[in-house]
Design a protein around this ligand. Structure first.
Ligand code: AMP
Length: 219
């Protein structure tokens, strides 16, 4: 299956992506993760990405499309693909459609996780991630057994630099202005758009989304 996973920052895309990968054996390509790795490498591209990311602004389309097109081409998972955080603008969605159509591998579904802004701010500002395995925790709703340390591998938990409240609010504004129109774009193209309420507990979100996707794949 080839799926685009969408939703505002903090809706639970990362958490759900891990579950979907296991359920449907797909490669997970997260534009945010790819950009953070590039940023951490200290490359010229990484420095350019940091200018936008640190401000909570979207990276320009030309840069995003070229980095993600390369990642998609290099994906060797036998076709299963879960795109998370990309596309985030209509021009990005158009570029993705062209690339997938040229490869004869169109999208099967667009899964949208919806969420409430104030809950998002609480969620994101309390979010900590294992620097080693990527497991996500929350200071109040999903704490690790020992503060600051991953339950699975004992590695230190880190907080993303763009998870501060003012940056989160800019990221939300960018989502409503630039990314929500992507959902309308897919609807107009008659794509299979699945919407799930991300304010439910993660298990309920996963069950609902998994079922909708199973139905689609069994069509
Ligand atoms: P994320 O981890 O998906 O929230 O992404 C972190 C940051 O990376 C975003 O706030 C943007 O600055 C940048 N970014 C990630 N994906 C995209 C994209 N598809 N288009 C533009 N900027 C992006």
């Amino acid at each position: 299956m080839r799926i685009v996973l969408m939703g505002p920052p903090g809706a639970g895309k990362g958490t759900q992506a891990k579950r979907l990968m296991d359920q449907f054996q797909m490669a997970h390509l997260s534009s945010g993760d790819i950009f953070r790795a590039e940023k951490a490498s200290g490359s010229e591209l990484g420095k350019k990405l940091a200018e936008y990311m640190n401000a909570g602004a979207l990276v320009p389309d030309e840069i995003v499309v070229s980095v993600m097109a390369k990642a998609i081409t290099e994906n060797r998972s036998g076709g299963g693909l879960l795109l998370d955080g990309f596309p985030r603008t209509v021009p990005q969605a158009q570029a993705l459609d062209e690339q997938l159509a040229a490869a004869g591998k169109p999208l099967d579904a667009v899964a949208v996780i919806t969420a409430n802004d104030e809950i998002i701010v609480t969620r994101i500002t309390g979010r900590w991630t294992c620097g080693q395995c990527g497991r996500i925790y929350h200071v109040t709703s999903l704490p690790s057994k020992t503060a600051g340390v991953c339950d699975d591998d004992g590695a230190a938990l880190t907080q993303r630099s763009d998870d501060k409240e003012e940056v989160v609010r800019s990221r939300l504004a960018a989502y409503y202005k630039q990314t929500e129109p992507v959902i309308a774009y897919y609807r107009q193209r008659q794509a299979n758009v699945i919407e799930v309420d991300g304010m439910q507990v993660p298990d309920a979100v996963a069950a609902q989304m998994g079922q909708a996707l199973e139905e689609l794949s069994g069509k």
